[in-house]
Design a protein around this ligand. Sequence first.
Ligand code: ADP
Length: 641
Amino acid sequence: MTGGQPATRLPTAWRRWLLLLVPLGLGVVMWQAAEVARVQALQDLHQDADNELRLSAAGLSGHLSRHDYLPQLLASREAVRRFLASPASQDPMPLNLLLDRFRAAADVSDIYLLDRHADTLAASNWHRPDTFIGQNYAFRSYYSDAIAGREGRFYGLGVQSLERGYYFSAPVWLDDTAPDATPDGVMVVKVLLDAVEASWADQDAELLITDADDIIFMASRPELRLASLHPLSGEERRALLDTRRYADEPLAHSGFEVIEPLGERSRLVSFADGPLAGERYLGLTRTLSEFGWEMHILKPMTPVVQAQWVSALLAGGLYGIVLLGGGIGWQRLRLRRERELFAERERRTLARARDELERNVERRTRDLVETNRRLSGEIEERRRAEEDLRQTRDELIQAAKLAVLGQLAAGINHELNQPLAAIRAYAENARAFLERQRPESVDQNLEQIVELTARMAEISAQLRQFSRKGDEALSAVSVTDCFEYALRLFQTRLQEADVRIERRFPETTVWVRADLVRLEQVLVNLIGNALQAMAGRPQPQLVLRVETPEDEVRLVVEDSGPGIPEAYLGRIFEPFFTTKSPGSGLGLGLSISSRIIDDLGGRLTASNRAEGGARFTISLPRERRPALTGARHDQESASHA
Ligand code: ADP
């Protein structure tokens, strides 16, 4: 992952917006769904209300209209006209009975006959205590309309019964042939409205009938009857009382309120109090022009509200599901992209690492090739140098041998001259003894001569040995033997100088892997140096030791000379370093000796003895199994013999 946010994660600002937008979106979606549902449900409700209203209006209209003909029919009855011609002189009972029969047949409330002064002459309810007979109804419009020759219609509370009724009236003419004839009476039919209202109770809606003054004349709810839709002013109330249409009813306000007009004849309404309070209704209005009424239907808004809620919740749920789906999709997309990014990063890292590796390998290879080339050059150079060195060293060894030979020349001269002189003397003696015929003495002298020549041969062999170049193969060499061969070269000088030789050799033979001639050469060199150092010093002492610590063999040469000055200890192995006068030393002995020991895989070191004198130590690896010992040893013994 990269440090910080993965590339696919939403930035914080975005997330804050999302937190704000998601609930906002939910709100908008739910609100929109509710709104659509509301419109739809309202439309349905409107449709239902309209249908119901139309049916109810038709029902009411039919119910009333079917009695329309009745006053006219009765007005034209002979019995009625006859009675009206002379009411005072006739018994009204037959007419009362007739009217009652008609009432029962037509199923109306009351039928009654007024004279031209609006006094009731006969009535179907003649037998009731509150009978209309004797009452005057001049104040009623059904009277004034009919007496004017027209058919009359009226609705209102009955003066006697205080029941709401619808009145139909028709003029009664005794003779309607004269052109200016006026009616002689009025026939009135009263229809009660309760039955119609009762049928409304079954409906899932409230129905109201209001008059031109907004007074609720009929209502599915009895509590609302004879209340007003709008609060009446004092003037309106007075005017209404004057008509006596509603007797002395208080005509209180029903609590009706318009919440929102929806269309020309539809609106959202509620009631501040009364039985319909606490609910909202869709109110539709229809004009019943033949009665001068408005019919209202009030459908509860509950289905609309329910539809709104259901739609809002459904939409909310859907929104949630879509959002969840979107979220899951987004998460999956994000995860996939993160995986891809991760893989891409891994791929790039690997590619980078591989490139880096390749570059490193290339660089290293270049370095190696360069180093190799340099090393090859150096090896070649070294090989040449070593070749030069070996040659030089061999030549130097040769030169040193010659120098030692030179030094030995005097000794050898002495050694050879002495036996030569002796041989000569013994030979002359032998001749003399031969002349004197003394063969046994001749033999003695010849024996001496043989001995002396043998000794001379030994010296000669040593010289030959020394002049040889030591390029022999390495073999197991006995160190004590080697010491003895070297000492033999100095035999005369040692005796002359009266040097005491102390040999501290182990009991058993100690072997090293070496070139006998060259090791012997080193020992000769060391012993020679020791003799030179001790020359002229009292009680010269030469100590020769062989030590075998662990896998090493040490050959030690100590003398009782002056030792090596501290300042020279570090330099004596340098070639041509010498403290001796020219002719006495070349300064090559220790240098060559050191190289020889190095070649044999050992070390040559110098130090001073505590009791005075110098100590030279040759350290060599120990040879445990002298494989070719016998042959080699025999050969060497022969060469030294
Ligand atoms: P040279 O003997 O020709 O001088 P070497 O290399 O053999 O050359 O010796 C170098 C020097 O080491 C000598 O000149 C001498 O000063 C010192 N040296 C060697 N052996 C001894 C010894 N046994 N005691 C004191 N000094 C020595």
